[in-house]
Unconditional design. Structure first.
Length: 276
């Protein structure tokens, strides 16, 4: 059932700006899909949820909504004053162009384990294939929630598997990295709660102890899964941005919100190239 036909269980203020299409389909998450009526559906932390915006409100419907206002406020980063952040960022001419072209992007605060695993899968991959691998991972090893929905498997569930067990998800060389991450997290060798509280450089180093986790995957996990807005993932597009627009480094206005600036610049620069 699509969200707009369901009872509105939670209504959260998003007058500070939230564009669901830009936020949920910009490469920071891989399990949201758009319904025919323009609402969005996903399984989030083991619960089905459908969301849409209307009249500066975010409506959350489904199993994952009732009584979880604080969770969804955190998930969509609604507690952050994006208006102030963006005004500060717009003191830079390129960021001003990016923000004015694509307002309403927000950084999601997703489950740290799911985010880490998802970005391990994302290495040398494209978004449709990433989504396919994650969908198969959930289908084979997650909990069946009914209606074709499955939870994301826990680190403990994956830690007991072998590379051969993961063959059906067709993740290729990434299988051994998924298993190493799962075993480290399940055993407590990598404690994600402690990583979240570490100074950013220590957190980066700790995540990179996991096989297959380099600087980009660590930055993505920290930004999208741990809520570390100062993390700054660099891919081909961002590298090009830095070379062309910021050869001497990011401007001072991005301090402590480098990751938010990155999302605006990434989306803007990529779309300019696609439309050239």
């Amino acid at each position: 059932m699509e969200c707009k036909n369901m009872k509105k269980t939670i209504a959260l203020d998003c007058s500070d700006g939230l564009d669901l299409s830009l936020t949920l389909d910009c490469g920071q998450c891989f399990r949201w899909s758009e319904n025919e009526d323009g609402s969005w559906h996903a399984v989030v932390q083991g619960k089905k949820a459908d969301v849409y915006t209307e009249n500066q409100k975010l409506y959350v419907c489904g199993d994952g909504s009732e009584g979880n206002e604080k969770f969804w406020q955190s998930y969509f980063d609604l507690g952050r004053d994006y208006s102030s952040v963006c005004e500060k960022l717009k003191t830079d001419k390129w960021l001003k162009k990016a923000i004015e072209a694509y307002p309403g992007i927000r950084i999601l605060k997703q489950d740290p384990w799911e985010t880490l695993c998802s970005f391990i899968i994302s290495q040398n991959n494209n978004i449709p294939r990433i989504k396919g691998i994650i969908e198969r991972l959930c289908t084979f090893f997650g909990e069946d929630l009914g209606g074709g929905d499955f939870s994301f498997p826990s680190a403990e569930r994956l830690a007991i598997l072998s590379e051969q067990d993961l063959a059906p998800i067709r993740s290729g060389f990434r299988a051994k990295y998924i298993l190493d991450a799962a075993r480290r997290v399940a055993s407590g060798e990598t404690e994600l709660e402690k990583v979240a509280a570490m100074p950013i450089d220590e957190a980066r180093a700790e995540l990179q102890k996991i096989k297959g986790v380099g600087p980009k995957v660590a930055e993505c996990a920290l930004l999208y899964g741990f809520g570390r807005a100062e993390a700054f993932p660099v891919d081909v597009w961002v590298k090009r941005i830095m070379q062309e627009l910021y050869p001497e480094g990011l401007p001072a206005c991005t301090e402590n919100v480098e990751g938010i600036a990155q999302q605006y610049l990434f989306h803007w620069r990529r779309n300019i190239s696609e439309n050239d």
